[in-house]
Write a protein that binds this ligand. Structure first.
Ligand code: C2E
Ligand code: CA
Ligand code: CA
Length: 737
């Protein structure tokens, strides 16, 4: 038991300079005071002198005890005013003055008188002595035992306080979510527990920066003169002594206690390390401090495991697994943080690689991943550290930074050099960017990304390879488009969409050659919404795929009715959007419709635009050949308005060119474009393709077209698009004539 008495060591360094033990003598007999005093004068107990205080009555004793609660031992006369005065005082000391630590030795001048055993137990009386036993040796033994006992009780109480501090620390450490905060808490609590106040240094294998994982042991928290060590590896710390201490703790896997410093070593279950170097001399005794340090180190280890797990979870949640850069979520948070400070001149930009999916198809996804890594590296290398780089989705990167560092022209310039991928030709990429200025009423990171994305979409459809800045008009438009799409979906489900058919005629013979199926939307309130408005929305959302398949079937069913009703074959033209054409289900849906409705494929003409034909040569040619092999014909819609290279068209199986209405409108105006139809007709002849003019509204236009060699036409001059009943009537009268 004596080993536990930590004060014992105090004699080593402090000797009789230490505060004396206070001994209170309570006795109504003056001789007893004097005898005790002389008997023990100059004696040291556990390395400390004794300081005697005298009280001659219970009342006086009370006064002394109230004033000096740090009295260690009371030598108390049992019998004073009356036989129980002493015991009453004991009761008061324990219960009213609430002094549980002070040791009490009862003395009596009447041999044979002893207090009840119960009283001894209840009032925690240390000893009971007859006054005639007050020889020097006996008294010293008694006092020493009482003082030991007192010191022990005090040490236990002190130890309990230390443990309580560790328990408090543990709760705090467990709730720390970030490495830095955690490390700071470790030093704060250590300072508290060990009463240290010197400079501190904390090293850990958990990284503070962006919660990256598995770094080497490096400084994450530093104070005072250690501040300049921030971020250093343990092996780089310039002070040899400290470096050695840390090394020693690391190698021995244990904490080290020195005269003027403490090195805490902690290792979590999964192997993360934390070493804290705390300068200063602890007020605690060596044994005690070392034991406490061990307990504290294991508390830290538990929390360290916790912080490590949090860091890993955070990494999974916030980093893109392929590129190991922040993902969309984390990017949004970075922006949120930025929005709290100065944002003047800062941009959020989305950088999208043009045609990435085609490139990915060509080089294979393995190389595609490699290419994305190269792009990441290039961006990280070329852009300043102030720019945050993230991956937003497949081939879209997010950038946030000052405009001076990431102006769109600068980003474009980064891509002027080709990328090299193992075993592949050099790849030249172009990018399209949508960006937004943070100062433009951006409220959150998500908001910024959303708006930059709106600008990106705009740029992709209008200025591919360039960039577009977000404006509030765009937001308004987008909102309206979202509303429109919502209504369109509902209309589609509620069967408020229907088709009308516009006849195509041979202007020379007057014969009806076919029809073009056109979609119509009449809202419940009777309003007609133009396909020019809603087709685009349907295309962007992908709704055009089911919509197009539905139209295909309805038009085919109508064709069957028309052919049966009028006993002859007609051609049915169907508009096919790029999205629909490219969709993997396109051919099978077409086959299914043809089979279900019993339509001859050679009566079907698919109208695609030049932009469709421009898509991806290989893929387009494959699909077109498949269509041709079924017997379907292909017309290029709005011909002349796109940018297709003619040499390119030449090699595709196309049957017909539709001269756009805008050119027909110019016929006979004498403007430069007025002879475009003639050129198209000539071109068609050369390529062995048929030509049809659309949007013919006047007799003059028709005559001119016939004159320059275009026989077929479609337009209000002949008929507007009509729904079934009107169509049957029109056809019936036409055929009778
Ligand atoms: P488009 O394929 O070029 O269709 C021709 C448009 O010109 C039709 O407009 C038609 O009503 C109109 N038109 C025909 N003759 C004349 C005329 O003499 N004068 C005038 N001013 N206009 C004439 P509509 O029906 O509003 O369709 C607009 C566009 O919507 C179509 O252009 C087509 O790109 C698209 N669209 C319509 N229906 C469908 C569909 O079922 N699927 C797909 N993917 N797109 C469709
Ligand atoms: Ca068309
Ligand atoms: Ca057209």
């Amino acid at each position: 038991m004596d080993d536990l008495i930590v004060f014992e060591n105090e004699s080593d360094d402090k000797g009789s300079e230490a505060t004396p033990w206070k001994v209170l003598i309570v006795d109504d007999d003056d001789d007893v005071h004097r005898a005790t005093f002389y008997s023990l004068k100059g004696t040291e107990v556990l390395g400390r002198r004794l300081d005697f205080i005298s009280a001659f009555s219970a009342t006086e004793a009370m006064r002394v005890l109230k004033a000096q609660p740090d009295i260690a031992v009371i030598l108390l006369d049992v019998v004073m005013e009356d036989e129980t005065a002493g015991l009453r005082l004991v009761k008061t000391i324990r219960q009213e003055l609430n002094l549980p630590d002070v040791r009490i030795v009862l003395r009596t001048g009447q041999p044979g008188y002893a207090p009840e055993e119960e009283a001894i137990r209840d009032y925690d009386i240390n000893d009971y002595k007859a006054k005639n036993e007050l020889t020097h040796t006996r008294l010293l033994t008694t006092i020493t035992a009482a003082i030991r006992s007192f010191a022990y009780i005090r040490a236990l109480a002190e130890g309990r306080k230390d443990l309580e501090r560790i328990v408090d620390a543990s709760a705090d450490l467990m709730s720390a979510r970030h490495v830095n905060l955690f490390a700071t808490q470790v030093t704060r609590h250590a300072g508290n527990i060990f009463a240290l106040s010197g400079d501190t240094l904390v090293l850990t294998t958990l990284s503070d920066e962006d919660d990256q994982l598995a770094a080497d042991l490096h400084v994450v928290v530093s104070s005072g003169r250690f501040s300049r060590y921030q971020g250093m590896l343990d092996s780089e710390i310039p002070e040899v002594a400290i470096r050695h201490r840390i090394q020693m703790a690391k190698e021995g896997q244990r904490s080290v206690l020195d005269q003027n410093a403490m090195t805490l070593f902690s290792k979590s279950q999964s192997g993360n390390l934390l070493v804290a170097y705390l300068e200063g001399a602890t007020r605690l005794k060596a044994d005690h401090a070392l034991g406490l340090l061990d307990v504290y180190a294991s508390t830290v280890a538990l929390s360290l495991e916790n912080v490590g797990l949090m860091a890993r979870l955070k990494h999974f949640a916030y980093y893109d697994p392929l590129l190991d850069i922040p993902n969309r979520l984390y990017f949004a948070q970075h922006i949120d943080e930025k929005l709290e400070g100065t944002i003047e001149g800062w941009l959020v930009s989305l950088v999208d690689i043009d045609q990435f999916s085609a490139i990915n198809d060509t080089i294979g996804s393995h190389h595609g991943d490699e290419l994305l890594r190269r792009v990441r590296d290039r961006l990280l290398n070329e852009l300043s550290k102030s720019v945050v780089l993230a991956r937003i989705s497949g081939d879209t990167f997010g950038l946030m930074g000052p405009r001076t560092e990431m102006a769109p022209e600068r980003i474009r310039q980064i891509f002027t050099q080709p990328f090299t991928i193992e075993g592949r030709d050099q790849l030249l990429l172009s990018v399209t960017q949508g960006y937004v200025a943070l100062a433009d009423q951006i409220v959150s990171g998500h908001d910024a990304i959303k708006r930059a994305n709106i600008a990106l979409k705009r740029a992709k459809s209008l200025f591919r390879g360039e960039e577009c800045r977000f404006t509030l008009d765009m937001a308004r438009e987008t909102e309206e488009r979202v509303k429109l799409l919502h209504n369109l979906r509902q209309a589609f489900e509620a069967q408020n969409l229907y088709l009308v058919y516009q006849p195509q005629v041979d202007m020379c013979t007057g014969e009806v050659t076919g029809f073009e199926a056109l979609m119509r939307w009449r809202t419940r309130s009777g309003e007609n919404i133009s396909p020019l408005q809603f087709i685009g929305v349907a295309e962007n959302s992908g709704l055009i795929v089911p919509l197009g398949e539905w139209a295909m079937r309805v038009a085919m069913a109508e064709l069957v009715i028309l052919q049966r009703k009028f006993g002859r074959r007609f051609r049915m033209g169907l508009n096919v959007s790029m999205v629909q054409f490219r969709h993997h289900s396109f051919l099978s849906a077409l086959d299914q419709a043809l089979a279900d409705l019993g339509v001859d494929p050679s009566d079907i003409e698919l109208e695609i635009t030049e932009s469709v034909a421009m898509l991806d040569i290989g893929k387009v040619r494959r699909i077109l050949s498949d269509l041709k092999s079924r017997g379907c014909s292909i017309a290029i819609d709005d011909f002349g308005t796109g940018f297709s290279s003619l040499s390119y068209l030449e090699h595709l199986p196309i049957q017909r060119l539709k001269i756009d209405k805008s050119f027909v409108d110019k016929l006979g105006t004498g403007l430069a474009e007025s002879n475009l139809p003639e050129m198209i007709i000539q071109l068609g002849r050369n390529l062995k393709m048929d030509v049809i003019a659309e949007g013919v509204e006047t007799r003059e236009q028709a005559d001119r077209l016939i004159e320059i060699g275009c026989q077929e036409a479609q337009g209000y001059l002949f008929a507007k698009p009509m729904a079934d009943e009107a169509l049957y009537e029109w056809l019936a009268s036409r055929i009778k004539n």
